[in-house]
Design a protein around this ligand. Structure first.
Ligand code: ADP
Length: 248
C-alpha cells in the first residue's frame, strides 16, 4: 500500500559559506500526521524549516508538496498552496484586541482593497469568523483584550489562530511550547491535537515528553543529517539518538 505523503524532501541541503547546516535530508511527512523534527542544538532543524518555507534558498535538493515541486517557489506562493508556518510572536499587534488581530489575518488572506473592508456588513461577517477562530483556540474570554496583555502561552495560542486564518492544509510550528509553564504546555498540546484533526502538522520541539505524547512520527536530525526516523518508542531507544543527545 502506498503512503499518502503530503510533503517530502530529497537531498535537502543548505551551505552557509562552506559550512553545511543541512546535509542531504530526505524527509517524508504523511498526510494527517503530527510529525516532529527533533535533535540537539545546531542540528539544522530551524534551517530545515527556513528551507521548507523558502525563507532561505536551497543550496541543493528538492521539496515536493502535494505532488508539486516547490523548491523554487516564493514564500508567499508556498503559503498560498497551504503550507504555512506559524507567525512569530512579533507578528501579534499588541495594541489591537485578540479578535482584531485575527480579523487582520483574515483580511490579509482575502487580500481585497481597503474600500471593501469599510463595508459594515463585510466587517461584521469577518468579526464573526474571527470570533470563531478565537473560540477554537480557547481565547473567547479574552477576545476584546489587547493582545499585548495576554500571557505568553495565550499569545502563542493567538499566533496559532492568526495562522489558522490563512486556512493552512499543513502547519509548521517552530517550538510551539518554548518558554512555557506546565499549564500553558497542556493548553497548547490540546490545541495542537484539536487543530491536527483536519490538517498535517510538522513541528520542531525540544520538550521530549510533549513529542512522545503528541507526535506519531519523529525525525531526528544531528549535524544536518537524519539520524533516525520512526515512532517515539523506536527512536528514543536508538543508541545513535541517545548518544547524540548525551553528547550534545
Ligand atoms: P537547530 O535549529 O537544530 O538548533 P539551526 O538550523 O539553527 O539548528 O543551525 C544549524 C547550524 O547552522 C548551526 O551550526 C548554526 O550555527 C548554523 N547556521 C544557522 N544559520 C546560519 C547562518 N545564517 N549563517 C551561518 N551559519 C548558520
Amino acid at each position: 500500500m502506498s503512503e499518502d505523503i503530503i510533503l517530502s524532501t530529497s537531498g535537502l541541503t543548505k551551505e552557509f559559506a562552506g559550512f553545511t547546516a543541512v546535509n542531504g535530508v530526505d524527509l517524508k511527512v504523511r498526510r494527517g500526521s503530527i510529525h516532529a523534527l527533533i535533535g540537539p542544538n545546531g542540528a539544522g532543524k530551524t534551517t530545515c524549516f527556513n528551507l521548507l518555507t523558502k525563507f532561505l534558498p536551497l543550496t541543493r535538493g528538492q521539496i515536493v508538496y502535494n505532488g508539486r515541486d516547490i523548491s523554487r517557489e516564493k514564500p508567499a506562493e508556498i503559503a498560498r498552496l497551504g503550507l504555512v508556518r506559524s507567525f512569530q510572536i512579533s507578528a501579534v499587534f499588541p495594541q489591537l484586541s485578540v479578535k482584531t488581530n485575527v480579523r487582520v489575518a483574515l483580511q490579509r488572506k482575502r487580500g481585497d482593497s481597503f474600500d471593501f473592508w469599510r463595508s459594515e456588513r463585510v466587517l461584521s461577517s469577518l468579526d464573526a469568523e474571527a470570533l470563531r477562530l478565537v473560540d477554537a483556540v480557547g481565547l473567547s474570554a479574552f477576545a476584546e483584550l489587547p493582545a499585548g496583555e495576554l500571557s505568553y502561552g495565550r499569545k502563542r495560542a493567538l499566533e496559532i489562530a492568526t495562522t489558522l486564518a490563512l486556512e493552512p492544509e499543513m502547519l509548521l510550528l517552530d517550538e510551539p511550547m518554548a518558554g512555557m509553564g506546565r499549564e500553558d504546555i497542556e493548553r497548547i498540546e490540546a490545541l495542537i491535537r484539536k487543530v491536527s484533526k483536519d490538517r498535517t502538522i510538522l513541528m520542531v520541539e525540544h520538550n521530549l515528553s510533549v513529542v512522545a505524547a503528541l507526535c506519531d512520527r519523529i525525525t531526528v536530525l544531528a549535524r544536518g543529517q537524519v539520524l533516525a526516523e520512526g515512532d517515539y518508542a523506536t527512536v528514543s531507544k536508538d543508541p545513535r539518538v541517545v548518544e547524540a543527545y548525551i553528547g550534545s
